[in-house]
Design a protein around this ligand. Sequence first.
Ligand code: SF4
Length: 389
Amino acid sequence: MTALTNLLDLDPAQLVAYCGELGEKPFRAKQLQRWIHQFGVGNFDEMTDLAKSLREKLATRAFVASPAVISDHTSTDGTRKWLLDVGQGNAVETVFIPEENRGTLCVSTQAGCAVNCRFCSTGKQGFNRNLSVGEIVGQLWMAEFALRKTKGIEAGPKGERQITNVVMMGMGEPLLNYEPTVTALRLMLDDNAYGLSRRRVTLSTSGVVPMIDRLAQDCPVALAVSLHASNDALRDGLVPLNKKYPLAELMAACKRYLEFAPRDFITFEYCMLDGVNDTDLHARELIALVQNGSNPVPCKFNLIPFNPFPESGLKRSNNPRIKAFAQILMDAGIVTTIRKTRGDDIDAACGQLAGEVQDRTRVQERMQKMTEYQKKFGKDFGRIVEITS
Ligand code: SF4
């Protein structure tokens, strides 16, 4: 017996090929794709403009399913977080962040992560496995139609789209799960699926240099780089991948990428760690790094207040320090923002870039330990404070 095919795993070209194998014309693939990705329909019986014979064929060979939802919580500020089951005791998180003029979905690309950045609680879990295309794009599929259902907005291209931006900043290093990530990106951009503009889809990487070059050729979208350090010695200790692809190589890759990128800048993410990477000297070193004489990397900085967790041995920089650091960058003409994190009441505050995405057991353990940690580290443990003044 042949295994059933999850149609969420197929990009537009693969769906055409799949329909061809069933003896169907290419336009059937387009119809099918619209039913799935624009109307959120997973039941072939409901795809009323497909011939009954095709629907019957599909029912015996294929299915449409995103990872099962373990939990679904909405914060008082509208941030909505789903915990999704990706099998074998692994779970990943998907977070929707509504803002005035856009809705951003943060998706995961791996269960766990092998990069093991020192400040990231996801890295501490180790690597479990790569997500499939269907598991990556399925996060968008599930979230878009769940959000519409909640608001009573009709499915289909006429209904108001809830997710206008996607960031691959959830669990995992997307460029270490390259093919599924790029296939998922293609679906996100396809007009017969989600039709998102390349500028509104951002991939965040810790700096896998050769794959940055491949992405520039295969599917250039907006790029964010987890920088976190102003020199190699410091970055080697915070982002171990730096030993393989040091800063000079990373900066050169960023410049090459910008020749193909839909935006004319790279976003550098910088987690603010008390006494580790947050001094004036570090800020000045960063400016020298990105401005590099007459050969600068056009960029923006996003400073992220660290979300402490005990095993890291690290502390969050205090707010005046973060603001002073931002001011030095801004005085040098670099656009700099300080990340505000939402959804504290549902624990959606990302444990740094990846989010506190852990397997079910660990989530439960963490919840149990939260009160204990808050006693030890103060009531703001597990939250990212919003800097208002
Ligand atoms: S910050 Fe990103 S790349 Fe680093 S360990 Fe966490 S998930 Fe992996």
